[in-house]
Design a protein around this ligand. Structure first.
Ligand code: FHN
Length: 414
């Protein structure tokens, strides 16, 4: 399709008329599941006295012979794609992004490009990406693949970079052809100053062009390039809620539930559903997505700490998901001290962390409130014009310990 004129602040060089329709589902999804799963999980975060997770090979100076032997014993027999999809669905997540290949270069699908993969190296005959794709599709969940440009295992990455890039493209072609992913989540493009990482801006531009050639519909994140020549379809702040609305580019913050991406048995400091729901509300109110990570155990199960956090969020989402899914930045009101406000069409969602008998909303642009109710409750809410906006006066108490949501119908001037 013909290139479209770039919007101010938009630095795409490879762009096309599909950008809007390609990203629509993503901009409505708001909440997704990240999965970091690979042979690093077999160490369970510990090598002698050294601790790490998906970086354990490098951070703990593990030899390739040790790492390859561990990887050969990788046996994720309890990986249950359907259970993982159900966990995501119950939490209110609309998409899943799993590591097809992390920095250790290990492919989680039976690639024909090399034998450093789950089938050929570990002798695991099942295709987990296929199982996840089928379970996701059956449940209306989109599936995307994380793919690390940086590859510690392939000697061509430092020895013959053009040969490496050719293999990388062959693997991406396999992923797109065999699994039709909704999204490609690149990583490991950084550290221009690192002599072991020759990824350049031109490589990013070339890769974006390649991805567009093999799939016009697949969404890519900004780490496809160095973000000066190309920046994909959306930005990826990591472990940060930063980003003030409205952003020039779509945004997706990725967060861990505990402190590590890959599985680490010692990492038991799980965030509470309350904190995670509030983070999700903050991001939604900024028009950004949350990609919340789980790191399955070496057998493929999800730890109780991680599944519990998602289940807790799901209990809240079951009643209040309307405030998140398909909702975004309001453009109409300032953010109040008692919580966050999101908007979907002619509805505002007041996500109230600190319940009070009077909740004031400052109005930035003209609109009128024509009705209001508490989600999951029959108790009426009185609304009256007050000061620079409106006061909402709920008749009942908070209905949810995490956050209670008031849905308001609004009319904006034509
Ligand atoms: O180095 C990786 C890290 O292991 C993890 O995959 C995160 C997820 O966003 N990305 C990289 C660091 O930016």
């Amino acid at each position: 399709s013909a290139p479209v004129a770039a919007a101010p602040g938009d630095n795409y060089v490879v762009d096309d008329a599909l950008t809007g329709s390609r990203t629509r589902w993503f901009d409505e999804a708001r909440f997704g599941m990240f999965i970091h799963f690979g042979p690093y999980a077999v160490y369970q975060g510990q090598y002698g006295s050294c601790r790490d997770a998906e970086w354990i090979k490098r951070q703990c100076n593990i030899s390739w012979s040790d790492y390859e032997a561990k990887a050969a014993s990788f046996n994720p027999a309890s990986f249950d794609a359907n259970a993982i999809v159900q966990l995501a669905k119950q939490a209110g997540q609309k998409y899943i992004v799993i590591t097809s290949k992390h920095h250790d270069g290990f492919a989680m699908w039976p690639t024909r490009v090399n034998r450093w993969n789950l089938r050929d190296h570990a002798g695991f005959s099942r295709d987990l990406l296929r199982e996840l794709k089928d379970a996701a599709t059956a449940n209306g969940i989109k599936l995307g693949f994380y793919y690390s440009i940086w590859d510690w295992h392939d000697p061509d990455f430092v020895g013959n970079f053009p040969a490496y890039v050719t293999k990388m493209k062959a693997q991406l072609q396999e992923l797109v052809t065999n699994y039709d992913p909704a999204l490609l989540w690149f990583d490991g493009e950084w550290t221009e100053t690192n002599p072991t990482n020759p990824w350049s801006e031109q490589n990013g531009e070339d890769l974006e062009r390649f991805v567009r050639t093999i799939s016009p519909q697949v969404i890519t994140n900004n780490r496809i390039g160095k973000r000066r020549l190309v920046d994909g379809d959306y930005g990826t702040p990591e472990q940060s809620l930063a980003g003030s609305p409205p952003s020039a580019q779509l945004q997706e913050t990725c967060l861990t539930i505990n402190n590590t991406w890959g599985y680490a048995a010692w990492d038991a400091s799980f965030k509470s559903p309350t904190q995670l729901v509030r983070d999700l509300a903050t991001l939604t109110s900024n028009g950004a997505n949350l990609l919340l990570n789980i790191g399955p155990t070496p057998t493929g199960t999800v730890s109780a700490g991680q599944s519990g956090a998602l289940t807790g969020m799901g209990t809240w989402m079951a009643v209040n998901g309307a405030a998140i899914t398909g909702a975004g930045y309001t453009g109409l009101v300032g953010q109040p001290s008692w919580g966050k406000v999101t908007r979907k069409g002619n509805k505002l969602y007041l996500i109230v962390n600190s319940w009070a008998s009077t909740l004031h909303l400052s109005r930035r642009s003209p609109f009128t409130v024509t009705g209001a109710r508490v989600l999951g409750s029959a108790s009426p809410v009185t609304v009256r014009a007050a000061g620079d906006g409106y006061d909402f006066l709920p008749s009942g108490g908070a209905t949810n310990a995490i956050a209670t949501v008031i849905e308001a119908d609004i009319a904006t001037p034509a």
